[in-house]
Design a protein around this ligand. Sequence first.
Ligand code: TRP
Ligand code: ZN
Length: 858
Amino acid sequence: MSRSVKRLSDYQPPGFTIDSTDLTFELDATHTVVTAVLELRRLDPQLTELSLDGQQLQLLSLHYNDKLLAANEFDCTSQQLRLKVTEDTFRLTIRTQINPLANTALEGLYYANGSFCSQCEAEGFRRITYYLDRPDVLSVFRTTIIADTAHYPYLLSNGNKVEQRKLDNGQTLVCWQDPFPKPSYLFALVAGDFDLLRGDYQTRSGRMVALDFFVEKGQGGKAAFALDALKRSMRWDEQRFGLEYDLDTYMVVAVDFFNMGAMENKGLNVFNSKYVLVSEDTATDTDFFNVESIIGHEYFHNWTGNRVTCRDWFQLSLKEGLTVFRDQEFSRDMGSATVNRIHAVQVIRTAQFAEDASPMAHPIRPQQVMEMNNFYTVTVYDKGAEVIRMLHTLLGEAGFQAGMRLYFERHDGQAVTCDDFVQAMQDANHYDLSAFRLWYQQSGTPELTMQRHYEPQQQRLTLRLNQRTAATADQPDKAALVLPVRYQLLDESGNKSGLFVMQEHNETLVFDGVSAQALPVMLEDFSAPVRLKHDYSEQELLRIAMEASNGFARWDALQSCWMLWLDQAMHQNNDFRLPDAFFELYQQLLKLPLDDKALTAELLKVPEYHVFAENFQQIPVDAILSAIHSFRQQISQRLAPELKACYQQHSVVAVEYNEMNVGIRALKNRCLDYLALHGQPAETLLLQQYNSASNMTDKLAVLSACLHSAHPAFFGLMQQFATEWQHDVLVLDKWFSLHAAQPSAQVFEQITLLCQHPKFSWQNPNRVRAVFHAFAMQNPGQFHRMDGRGYQLLTDTLLKLDPINPQVSARLVTPLLSWQRFDLERQALMKAALHRLSAQPGISDDLYEKVSKALANE
Ligand code: TRP
Ligand code: ZN
């Protein structure tokens, strides 16, 4: 194994490029033969040796121009193919054999569920043939696929289909040509039998585009929403960014075996089926939301990622941060803007802040990487999107769009860096962004402290702001960042709002002519990805929660209240009672919900474990869990009549997925979640909703309400659910997750049973995640047990999974890495688990990189 670290500072431009790539696949589950004809060109005349990447390939033959090379004329190791080169342009013909069926890593070309599917990002193409497998080598691809017609009626690849014919041996040959030069990571091949849902789209300039969705047989009906979401994405990108699609066909394939959410391969997206297949009776409102957002994300990549791509993988945020920003903006225009922002901020405050505080801390542009797959992170994606959002805040919509236009004008068809992007923004706006660029280099979460000082005579309010970023595992020293601070001043004499751009460690902001009661709401809409420390009292926070015109500010003030109350609950053991003013606010919300019902539902929610946990350096697991329990109990008891009334008032909702219905369901089910705590008397209500529900959102809400309240109806309903849905794996995944999140010790036997379930498979990432991600992330009580059983279960799982699928095992290990955040007893148990992993012979690079970092400064 290589175990070598690659550094951004070592970047060298490619010495050769590949002008055209002609691939022929003779598909066979265990013996696929790939013939690659590469037209190469030497860029650096000094070079006399060519080195191609390759992994787990069996080389059958190699031609240099027309000459068959003998074994002693090149050097072939397990990672590379090297040969001497004398000419400036030449052709290589490489025949390799691969075994897609044995490929359980789901990287490269794999065979699962009766079809062939490829996944090449980041470095999977080298598992298909020897190649310059790096994003700054752009080539025109022509792909010929030959396969058995009966089993694989659809043979797909990037671009336009230029030929299709039946061969006389029961096989079909199809040939695809992609006119746009692209790096190898955007290559895709799919072969199989599918249901096909077709649509079309007329672009702004009047061109017709065929939209083809290929899904598992029998599931065609469930792709309609995704097809529609694609049309909305295409329209939105034209209207907001002026960007139009560039090929005649756009294909989406949904597969059940997939390592991540989806992949933006040029003209042929491949999706995890859970992000395509939805219908009201099988998918929740959240599932619908995710489908729309991911369909948008992959579509938006066509410009931000494909037309302009990354120079090297350290620049991943160039395409991912920007594309997440774009998909967030799209979602915000499609649904509740405030709630979307709340959810995006939750991701930063929980997962991203946790990553910054972990041994895996890295800037949005990482400086060193062992396994690239480990850097598809919330930092690169979601913090990357926040960095783009800050640019948008600084430059405004018009300035930002001018920057985008210049970026495409300069770089269409190129592989570029994050710096190139910022430079385009800078030049289009004549706005100096040199200090801003530090966001790309510096990891860690800045802490912004605000202190108020009021002078009654002058009616002057002074805010002292201080920023400080603590050292992270990867970087000891931190400098001051550019922080766009949006604020709103709540004052009887009307609200002032504005933007303050903080640049130094310490700055002051002065408001004149304001009353003593004026309240500054800082960091509105989370205008910078920082932790805000303020000096508000509970009373002041509740005032913001009631009075602020901005929904996000109201929610955020309540979040701060919850932290105060958690703190008090921890110091007063179980005697803490939530204040009356809080109940009055909740009463008000229940009686008169805001127009935005989804926002009301958010405001009525007690934060989850992870939200509380991220505010501590040492996470008091048990205290948090018992405080949450007590908060929920108090709400359900004090507000029982209001909860019931609100529930009843919103119990009838049309099934269709739209903003209003989603909001009403969210509100109703929030009430139900509290009502379930009433024990036996709630049973009728729960069963009634379960049995009458016409949609999965409402059914699942009953199950999770039962789970959260430890209601005895849980097991009966779970059994009923299993019988109803045993044929549908995506629905069954929800059932797996609910079982794994069960907060009692029974969960261990339960998980053993789940793994024996006929539909469970260690090869399928969706199944494995449904059980084990849910266990490790949604069951903190059992995962963090003091007897270590939770850590042990996860470790056993990782040891089993790593040889099958390292990408998935390296993702699942995350909660163990942060051992330093827990008490000494738990620390010892978690370290023991990490040592067990690191002692395992043959552990993957993926897992090794993370485990060794976690153990580095033990
Ligand atoms: N580029 C993909 C996206 O963000 C994500 C991705 C990277 C991916 N590597 C992958 C997806 C491996 C599946 C498997 O849309
Ligand atoms: Zn992406």
